[in-house]
Ligand binder design. Sequence first.
Ligand code: UFG
Length: 338
Amino acid sequence: MKQRVLLTGGAGYIGSHTYVALIEAGYDVLILDNFSNAARDVPTRLAEITGQSAAVVEADILDRASLDRVFADNKIDAVIHFAAFKSVAESVKKPLVYMQNNVVGLVNLMQSMDQADVRRLVFSSSATVYGNAADVPTPETASLGYGNPYGHSKLVCEQIIEQTIASDPRWSVGVLRYFNPVGAHPSGIIGEDPSGIPDNLMPYVAKVAAGQLPVLSVFGDDYPTPDGTGVRDYIHVVDLAKGHVNSLSALERDGQGHVVNLGTGRGYSVFELIATYARASNRDIPYKIAPRRDGDAASSYADPSLAKTVLGFEAEFDLFDMCRTSWVWMQTAAERAE
Ligand code: UFG
């Protein structure tokens, strides 16, 4: 019998790529999404990639009755929980909304799972839980902290998970701390689709390369890094998706939970990313140096060794692959919009 996995936020950026990886790995998948930050036609596009129609329930994780109905109507073996808000800047303006959606949403989901006797969960966490003071490369044992309400919400979620596992050993949970997910499915059919002006570097660079935004602001060129710009651990979203499949099978195999970083272990600077994107797209990327952004660390990259030991996970794609697939996605998205 195929295992059936519920993907909350499964129509979003990381959720949709994980959907494809799970189908390829032989899982049966049900997407739950409220489409607040995902395009309505993502399920159709997923069907284009996988050759089979995608099962979707439109529901909100804040609506406990809807969640209960999903578990009552479907035999679910495990859940991967992506549905959350993720903008640092927006979280500073709307802390209560972030706590409600990210923290209350997780509590609702875990209560609903518990009631349905489903206690296998993979949770989308973030390197943001290391705060800004982390040593690099950062191991999972580094001290935890937060610098904004978004980071706080992810840290509280991790603590809720830890306390729940301590209270009931039937839970088995994989907590995945993502570094900087970028890139797109090589088909160009799905990718990151931020509404409005992107906060993050790669989608901003993509829009500048496509001529949709005039110039990139490089937030600081006086950091203590080799070229003075911020260094981050960019990881291809297709690699990240594979990490979720590995996490799920590790939970199935040994029933024991894990907390692991998903990164490449290699940092790239803003200037390196701009140069690589320019090469991958064959476009100019105009930029100007701007002041540092509040709360940004000089350098952040993972110690990826635990993911290798526990999940057998290693990222395969390099920065050029990330930029190239992002560019393919930008072009096909523009063709679709015509
Ligand atoms: N940057 C620019 N110009 C831009 C945007 C970003 O120069 O227009 C720089 C930043 O200063 C930083 C680097 O590009 O040095 C990466 O910035 P991102 O915003 O893409 O990513 P962050 O590392 O700041 O944030 C990411 C996630 C957050 C998460 C954080 C910590 O987007 O959700 O990592 O894990 F909280």
